[in-house]
Design a protein around this ligand. Structure first.
Ligand code: TYD
Length: 224
């Protein structure tokens, strides 16, 4: 199975933008998963004249994604390069596998993914240098919309300190670099054709949800 995007419906000329596809990005503890739950609720509300929502996340629940989840907990301990390759392999399945992102966005579903290529460029970029994650992810389409959840890394760390299990990237010094690298890459994502919206993730769940909604409403698919 090749990673080359066979069905061209939904692709945007030379830019390789996948329409109807938005991603949530940000440092650990910035609240993307909480907001995904809010979104699902909003789309389920009776009477809402909205497109069908496919809410999904990376790492996925597939075989490769489950291996990644274990490695993020430290067992097995893998090289940064190996993780970079696993994230890309998981992503290829997620995009092009049956019932995946390309298929669903192509048939008019709004696909929203909690983390995507930008996470690899930021986290694996920090861990094993820019080149490998760039190369591994270069065949993949860019999202129509990137929603960057911006939050002071100290506040984010406080939010996740009560979690039972901690992952290998969840320490303050690394998260400070994560935020910095996201901020430096946002103009690059824009130049590659994605719309990028910065969300102030320091507010209440409701306040953040409103900002998110305002950004999503600008997507053509939301206008019917
Ligand atoms: P996250 O969504 O924060 O998981 P959880 O809900 O369990 O907190 O993602 C798990 C971690 O994986 C997070 O630290 C970011 C990291 N990650 C990468 O390093 N590269 C990637 O390509 C992706 C998708 C995630």
């Amino acid at each position: 199975m090749s990673f080359s995007p066979a069905p061209l419906a939904g692709y945007d000329g030379g830019m390789n933008i996948l329409r109807n596809f938005a991603v949530l990005e940000g440092p650990d503890g910035s609240g993307t998963s909480t907001q995904m739950e809010q979104l699902k609720r909003r789309f389920r509300a009776p009477g809402a004249a909205l497109p069908p929502l496919y809410a999904t996340a990376e790492p996925t629940g597939g075989e490769t994604g489950r291996l990644i989840r274990r490695a993020l907990k430290g067992e097995p301990a893998l090289l940064g390069e190996t993780l970079a390759r696993l994230f890309a392999a998981d992503r290829g399945e997620h995009l092009y596998g049956a019932g995946g992102i390309v298929e669903r966005s192509g048939r008019g579903e709004l696909v929203i993914c909690d983390r995507y290529v930008p996470s690899s460029l930021v986290y694996q970029g920090l861990e094993c240098g820019e080149e490998l994650p760039r190369t591994l992810n270069s065949p993949f389409p860019a999202p129509e919309l990137i929603l960057f959840f911006d939050l002071d890394p100290r506040t984010a760390a406080e939010r996740i300190q009560d979690r039972k299990e901690h992952e290998i990237y969840e320490y303050l010094e690394f998260q400070i670099k994560v935020r910095r690298r996201y901020l430096s890459l946002l103009p690059v994502f824009r130049s590659e054709g994605s719309a990028v919206v910065q969300i102030d993730a320091s507010g209440t769940v409701e306040e953040v949800a409103e900002q998110l909604w305002a950004a999503l409403e600008n997507m053509p698919i939301m206008k019917g």
